[in-house]
Design a protein around this ligand. Structure first.
Ligand SMILES: NC(=O)c1ccc[n+]([C@@H]2O[C@H](COP(=O)([O-])OP(=O)(O)OC[C@H]3O[C@@H](n4cnc5c(N)ncnc54)[C@H](OP(=O)(O)O)[C@@H]3O)[C@@H](O)[C@H]2O)c1
Length: 228
């Protein structure tokens, strides 16, 4: 009997992260998933076999504590899903330094810190890191789709991931920048065409196929490549 595949999902209290935890668990994966506070554990704890951990992604101490708790546990996949929409005004004119700091720290800088710190926990021979990006982060395709500040934060994520990949000397490392589609979550809103289940089923199929595939891809939940 072979061991089930294992995944660490960062940011799984609700929305797509919670949906991913449920779908990976349903497909037999060993799932560890994080929430920011203990009070948010209940939906994940209701999923059979899911281990719940705690991480505030923008807090270096919280990341260090998670790394210590994980110790030398190995994952086939680390999926950094957590993200924020940014200020509702979506306006460069109105944006405060605090709003921009929080948006870019959460969506662009913190995901890379997580990946760098937890890289020793990724299976070296076939491991895959997935970062939740967005089509809105595409320089070619994202402009004009709305939410420019958020899109810029995801473009920054895409850039930092490209930089990260170039510093890695493991030729077997796989990295995916994922667009989940436009999905009905707290962030996606009620008008989005996709439900969480459809998006997550697609992403789980894509991630399952990408394990063991080295190199960097920017793609959507159906496997379509996206222009940078
Ligand atoms: N929905 C869409 O249409 C869509 C499209 C493209 C990309 N995305 C991306 O997909 C990801 C998930 O989005 P969603 O629609 O599921 O959003 P959501 O419902 O707002 O959920 C966001 C998740 O990220 C967590 N999170 C936010 N900041 C965090 C931090 N500093 N540390 C740890 N966790 C944090 C939240 O935790 P709390 O509950 O504690 O706030 C929550 O679990 C995001 O990266 C988003 O940018 C979404």
């Amino acid at each position: 009997m072979t061991a089930p595949r294992s995944i660490l999902i960062i940011g799984a209290s609700r929305g797509l992260g919670l949906g991913l935890a449920g779908e990976f668990a349903a497909q037999g994966w060993a799932v560890t998933a994080t929430v920011r506070s203990a009070a948010q554990q209940a939906p994940l704890q209701a999923l059979p076999g899911v281990r719940v951990e705690q991480l505030e992604m923008t807090d270096p101490d919280s990341l260090e504590q998670l790394a210590n708790r994980l110790n030398d546990q190995q994952f086939d996949v680390i999926f950094v899903n957590a993200g924020v929409a940014g200020p509702e005004h979506h306006s460069t004119a109105q944006a405060s330094a605090e709003e921009m700091g929080q948006l870019f720290l959460t969506n662009a800088v913190a995901p890379l810190r997580v990946a760098e710190r937890l890289l020793p926990n990724l299976a070296a021979e076939h491991g895959l890191i997935v970062f939740m990006s967005s089509i809105l982060g595409s320089i070619e395709a994202g402009a004009g789709l709305g939410m420019p500040l958020y899109g810029a934060s995801k473009a920054a994520l895409n850039h930092l991931v490209q930089c990260f990949v170039r510093t890695q000397d493991n030729p077997k490392l796989g990295v995916v920048l994922m667009h989940p589609g436009w999905v009905r979550t707290d962030m996606g809103g009620a008008d989005a065409p996709l439900d969480i289940d459809s998006s997550c089923k697609g992403m789980v199929a894509q991630v399952s196929a990408a394990v063991g595939q080295p190199g960097l891809r920017y793609q959507d939940y159906e496997g379509n490549p996206l222009p940078w």
